[in-house]
Design a protein around this ligand. Structure first.
Ligand SMILES: Cc1cc2nc3c(=O)[nH]c(=O)nc-3n(C[C@H](O)[C@H](O)[C@H](O)COP(=O)(O)OP(=O)(O)OC[C@H]3O[C@@H](n4cnc5c(N)ncnc54)[C@H](O)[C@@H]3O)c2cc1C
Ligand code: SF4
Ligand code: SF4
Length: 402
């Protein structure tokens, strides 16, 4: 069964990705749940994961106990990558560990629009597979789950949703909660995303799949089975409006879903998926898939420093717009060819993206909402941005203990 009740209306908020909390009975819960107000990552990380011994990648990716390059075998049809994310959730339903999975499915009118859903049959998770662009009031359906008497749930979500979920977890009255997270960056409204598709193809309605791959290409798939790869540097970025990406997603402080039990993405996977097991519950979920999942140590190659420095300089120069590369047209195809061969790859690519996002957070908030910096930027973001000369100015951090 797939339940997709219409959530109540959203309350007006400033920086907000409509995670669903403002649509719940206690809309004021946003004040203690929101990633964009005063997040407390250290406290929630300790509550979710316990004390995790740090290693050299903890500062980039958050606490984790194991990290893999991974692949579901065989890959699930319709999945964004191999379908590991939805397979983990389906296995929990199959084994009776949870009564429902809270996730998003495509809106029946628009395949790119995410619609929150409670799924109770493992087979129905096939309908959740794939990526949609936009915001879904996922957490509003926690109230539907409670109304149905459900106390054992799994949630699949992006970082801003999972932050709010963890912040409210103790109040939800659940007996068991499994949290499967994906990384997330550069999200935008479904309406804006349709504009982007229209720039990529004269028949945007025929595009069924889009991914920003770690080999510096965008992959498109079409309803008739065609595939097209577009190098990043050939994307029509300069034709997009300056505010294409909302300030929320340009200043988001958690790329890798630090509070999930397990994070499933691709950017450290060198063409495969990338998995971070953060706690015992994450390990239990991964073990549940047995030999359906192929795991190996993640690789790393290239050096990120120059790429990140260039990105930071471009972002600063773009003054709040999209970072445009000042590069002659003729040079673009050559650089596009070179990037996947000599640029950072595997974990080094993931570290580069995490550092770029930290720098963006500081630069965009400093320009657009400086009063937010003090409470909104966690220490882990400042530590990454500092490598590129972005350190707090007076008033941009809270005094210890405040
Ligand atoms: C906007 C966005 C940006 C992303 N950026 C990155 C990135 O930069 N680096 C990276 O490694 N990974 C990123 N991801 C995650 C990546 O796209 C894949 O979801 C992930 O690799 C899992 O693949 P899979 O085959 O295991 O997933 P599948 O088994 O296909 O399942 C995907 C799951 O994601 C859920 N989902 C899809 N769209 C949304 C949405 N808009 N909001 C909430 N949940 C959604 C689906 O409901 C489903 O449960 C992003 C995801 C989104 C939604
Ligand atoms: S993102 Fe969620 S918690 Fe934050 S203001 Fe919006 S609805 Fe509230
Ligand atoms: S980029 Fe950050 S704020 Fe935007 S949707 Fe993704 S997790 Fe939420």
């Amino acid at each position: 069964m797939i339940l997709t009740p219409e959530p109540g209306p959203a309350a007006p908020r400033g920086l907000c990705t409509d995670c669903g909390v403002s649509r719940m009975r206690d809309a004021k819960a946003c004040g203690r749940a929101c990633q964009f107000i005063a997040p407390d990552y250290p406290r929630l990380e300790r509550a979710a994961h316990g004390e995790v011994p740090p290693d050299e990648d903890t500062r980039f990716f958050g606490p984790y106990r194991a990290m893999y390059r991974a692949e579901l075998v065989p890959a699930a049809p319709g999945a964004q990558w191999t379908g590991l994310t939805t397979a983990l959730a389906a296995d929990l339903l199959d084994k009776g560990q949870v009564e429902a999975v809270l996730t998003v499915v495509p809106d029946p009118e628009d395949r790119w629009r995410p619609r929150p859903a409670l799924i109770t049959d493992a087979a129905d998770l096939a309908q959740a597979r794939g990526m949609r662009m936009g915001y879904a009031p996922l957490l509003a359906l926690l109230e539907e789950a409670t109304a149905q008497g459900m106390t054992r749930l799994a949630v699949i979500g992006i970082p801003c949703q999972i932050y709010a979920l963890r912040a409210l977890e103790a109040e939800l009255g659940l007996d068991r909660l499994y949290v499967i997270g994906t990384p997330c960056s550069d999200n935008t409204t479904t309406e804006n995303f349709h504009q982007f598709l229209a720039l990529l193809d004269e028949d945007p309605g025929s595009i069924t799949y889009l991914e920003f791959r770690a080999d510096y290409r965008v992959e498109l798939r079409y309803a008739d089975g065609r595939q097209r790869l577009i190098p990043f540097l050939k994307l029509p970025i300069s034709d997009l409006p300056q505010d294409f990406f909302p300030l929320t997603c340009r200043t988001c402080v958690d790329y890798t879903n630090r509070l999930a039990d397990i994070t499933v993405g691709y950017m450290g996977g060198q063409g495969d998926q990338w998995v971070l097991v953060r706690n015992a519950r994450g390990a239990e979920m991964l073990a549940g898939l047995g030999d359906r999942v192929r795991l190996e140590a993640p690789g790393s190659a290239g050096r990120r420093a120059a790429a990140v420095k260039g990105f930071v300089a471009n972002t600063a120069a773009a003054a709040g717009g999209l970072p445009l590369r000042r590069m002659p047209e003729w040079l673009r195809p050559i650089v596009s060819w070179l990037q996947p061969r000599v640029g950072p790859r595997g974990l080094e690519f993931a570290r580069a993206r995490v550092e770029m996002k930290a720098a963006e957070t500081v630069l965009h908030l400093r320009r657009a909402a400086p009063a937010r910096m003090k409470n909104m930027i966690p220490a882990h973001v400042w530590a990454l941005a500092a490598q590129y000369g972005l350190t707090p100015k007076p008033g941009e951090t809270s005094p210890p203990g405040e």
